[in-house]
Design a protein around this ligand. Structure first.
Ligand SMILES: Nc1ncnc2c1ncn2[C@@H]1O[C@H](COP(=O)(O)OP(=O)(O)O)[C@@H](O)[C@H]1O
Ligand SMILES: [Mg+2]
Length: 139
């Protein structure tokens, strides 16, 4: 049913769990599984060369998160695409879902921020509230 799945990951246990579910769905169809990791924008007041150093570190971190998740997903019959996004994670995820016309967004219920008492993380909450397509929150 879902052939253009957007999986958002931050490397947390929640997102690994979401990745396994998304991979299971992707194995049923020959569609697209798009895996994205976003990093927060770097404040421009840092100035060069710090700006560049911090940006490079964040991109490397996002790459290593994506590599870990790809290893978890393994082989699927369709295509796997990856994207590293800069910006507020929820806004970046929503933007990609729109431009890539995803038909499902998959994410974890919690991420790396472990605020006690919260059932749903802040990014999942924002995505659920504004998504242009169905959202699967995995817990
Ligand atoms: N920077 C990010 N890039 C991509 N996906 C993210 C990012 N941060 C969170 N997510 C997705 O949102 C889910 C919930 O995380 P989040 O809402 O940030 O909860 P928390 O407040 O516990 O960190 C994660 O499991 C992941 O699927
Ligand atoms: Mg978080």
């Amino acid at each position: 049913m879902f052939e253009n799945i957007l999986l958002a990951v931050d490397g947390s246990e929640g997102s690994k769990h979401a990745a396994k579910v998304a991979a299971g769905m992707a194995r049923d169809h020959k569609g697209i599984l798009r895996v994205v990791a976003a990093y927060e924008p770097i404040p421009p007041y840092l100035g060069e060369p710090n700006l560049h150093i911090v940006m490079e570190a964040r991109i490397q971190e996002a790459k290593s998160v994506l590599d870990q998740i790809l290893a978890l997903i393994g082989k699927v019959p369709g295509e796997i695409h990856t994207e590293i996004l800069e910006g507020d994670p929820a806004e970046a995820i929503l933007r990609v879902a729109e431009t890539r016309q995803s038909d499902l967004i998959v994410m974890g219920s919690r991420g790396l921020g472990q605020l006690a008492g919260m059932l749903l993380g802040s990014q999942s909450q924002k995505v659920v509230n504004h998504a242009p397509c169905p959202v699967l929150i995995v817990r």
